[in-house]
Write a protein that binds this ligand. Structure first.
Ligand SMILES: [Ca+2]
Length: 155
């Protein structure tokens, strides 16, 4: 089964992508980037989505960058609860699940995991590319060890 890391700003659309990936790939971890809704809510949405699948092995969740690398006119980015609902899941509010995010930063997880599995871990990037950019900036040597980088979006 293909090994992947999913980088997501989990709201309803990404929840479907995460569910699909959990069904079809060996998901080594889920990393969270600031994007669609409030960052901590994205983390909770990812944890909730993973729990729905009741995975046999724990799928760890790592917090990454909450803010963009660059902004042009504003201090930060704007979230879009007007599109995804107050909690990012179409106004549905779910209880917090038992699993909590890991302590390690998302980009350190990406770097370590890729280095430990050279040529085996593809990245599924479905959020703003902040975590991917910062991981590659911190350790460009991992580029040669990532077989595929799939991007939906690219802000
Ligand atoms: Ca997304």
């Amino acid at each position: 089964m293909r090994k992947v890391i999913i980088d997501t700003d989990t709201a309803g659309d990404d929840a479907i992508a995460v569910l699909t990936a959990l069904h079809n790939f060996k998901v080594e971890g889920v990393t969270i980037a600031g994007g669609n809704v409030a960052f901590e809510q994205e983390v909770e949405n990812a944890l909730y989505t993973i729990q729905l699948t009741n995975p046999k092995e724990k799928v760890p969740v790592y917090k990454g960058y909450e803010e963009p690398v660059l902004t042009y006119t504003k201090k930060s980015h704007e979230t879009v609860e007007n599109i995804h609902g107050d909690y990012g899941m179409g106004d549905a509010k779910f209880e917090k699940v038992e699993q909590r995010p890991e302590e390690q930063h998302a980009i350190d997880f990406i770097i370590e995991k890729v280095k430990a599995n050279p040529g085996e871990i593809s990245l599924l990037a479905i959020a703003p590319l902040t975590n991917i950019a910062m991981a590659l900036k911190k350790d460009p040597s991992i580029i040669k060890d990532i077989p595929h980088l799939y991007i939906m979006g690219g802000n």
